[in-house]
Write a protein that binds this ligand. Structure first.
Ligand code: NAD
Ligand code: IPM
Ligand code: MN
Length: 380
């Protein structure tokens, strides 16, 4: 059933702001053009730059709306550099913006961080012998436990100085992320190499107790999915395998911190962070964001690729559509994704990160020009 969705937009810092303002332009267009799509957009400032100005990571209103009223959240990324040239941090040592990027994952119980790794036609991959037919997997990162469990600290005394990050992995957390990964595989067409549904558990269970629990639970849950192939790799080896034979992978599930690392590797395979979208998904809530951060090295230059943010928004529409049984929202997701694919495939309009290999002769476009072209394709 179509309904009026309330969306929180949280641009954040650096290129987070730049790419979310582009996603918003696409959003404003689809609201105008697509019959039956009704949205209420609430945009709020947040992150490290906001913290520098106000000593808060976001306003009470922003926090309240995001946590209690929003049907979905679209977030850019945080991470600001202060006047001293260092990353801005809260007095407790956490990144300024932590409440938004990590706090929401914990507080809204967004247990699945879903990071599709799909190489579109027209996008350069650093793997010379691989193309779009070889790279189409999804990294499912456990999102509330592991090294991100908020139990860390520093002990600094006259005779000893150390820091610790407790790595908590529970049966419940492992069970629900394994089930998410197996269910996701059921909706896909299998691995590019053989069309087989395959879920790969990536861990370090040769050494770590938490990973042993994670893997055992994965195997137990996997027994319920008879037709799906259960696959295993140690995380160190997986980084090599993913580069050698990405076509073998369909859905890849990993504990939190390994999921963080391997999803940036996945992003590289699919053409870079500029085109890597994600969704942090729970039972009732979800936050969508590009995999990238605030990219201070290119902020303010017009070089940021808005596609990761626009594709994250498409994931948001798909999730809303599935959750609310709303065909209009699903169609909106498809429309946005198809338009992005067309722009990439044509190849003329692209930010510098994609002007590589076969496309090294293309004159780079700006962030805004890429969005203009996506919108043009959407209308066309
Ligand atoms: P980053 O993702 O911001 O950038 C890594 C590299 O990729 C940079 O060279 C950058 O220019 C490039 N890049 C990223 N997004 C791009 C885009 N859309 N188009 C073109 N190029 C792009 O990671 P970093 O430099 O390690 O971190 C910068 C800040 O962002 C840090 O403060 C970090 O903590 C934070 N961060 C936040 C998030 C988040 O909020 N979800 C994610 C990652 C990093
Ligand atoms: C991500 C980011 C965050 C993470 C940082 C900013 C804390 O790298 O979303 O992948 O480690 O999860
Ligand atoms: Mn990351």
């Amino acid at each position: 059933m179509a309904r009026k969705y309330k969306i929180a937009l949280l641009p954040g810092d650096g290129i987070g702001r730049e790419v979310i303002s582009e996603a918003r332009r696409v959003l404003d267009e689809v609201i105008t053009w697509i019959d039956g799509l009704e949205m209420e957009i609430h945009e709020f400032d947040c992150g490290g730059e906001y913290f520098l100005r106000t000593n808060r990571e976001w306003s009470e209103e922003a926090e309240d709306f995001t946590k209690t009223e929003a049907d979905a959240v679209l977030f850019g990324g945080i991470g600001a550099i202060g006047p001293d040239g260092k990353t801005v941090r809260r007095p407790d040592g956490n990144l300024a913006g932590y409440s938004v990027v990590i706090g929401l994952r914990h507080e809204l119980d967004l247990y699945a961080n879903v990071r599709p790794v799909k190489l579109f036609e027209g996008v350069p991959t650093p793997l010379v012998s691989k193309g779009p037919k070889d790279i189409d997997m999804v990294v499912v990162r456990e999102n509330t436990e592991g090294l991100y469990y908020p139990a860390r600290g520093r002990v600094k005394e006259s005779d000893r100085d150390f820091a610790y990050d407790l790595r908590i992995i529970t049966t419940r957390g492992s069970e629900r992320i394994a089930r998410y990964a197996f269910d996701l595989a059921m909706t896909r067409n299998g691995a590019p190499v053989d069309g087989r549904r395959r879920v790969t558990c990536v861990d370090k269970s040769n050494l770590l107790a938490g990973c042993q629990l994670f893997r055992e639970t994965f195997t137990r849950v996997g027994e319920e999915y008879k037709e799906t192939s259960k696959d295993y790799a140690y995380v160190d080896a997986w980084t090599l395998l993913a580069i050698r034979k990405p076509e073998y992978y369909d859905v890849v599930v990993a504990p939190n911190e390994f999921g963080d690392i391997i999803s940036d590797l996945g992003a590289a395979l699919q053409g870079g962070l500029g085109v890597a979208p994600s969704g942090n998904i729970g039972v009732k809530h979800a936050v969508f964001e590009p995999v990238h951060g605030s990219a201070p090295d290119i902020a303010g230059t017009g070089k940021a690729n808005p596609i990761a943010a626009i594709l994250s928004m498409a994931m948001m529409f798909e999730w809303l559509g599935k959750n609310h049984d709303d065909a209009v929202s699903i169609r909106t997701a498809e429309k946005i994704r198809n338009s992005v694919e067309l722009v990439l495939h044509e190849g003329r309009i692209r930010t510098p990160d994609l002007c590589l290999g076969e496309w090294s002769g293309v004159v780079p476009s700006t962030t805004q020009q890429v969005t203009d072209e996506v919108i043009r394709k959407m209308k066309g």
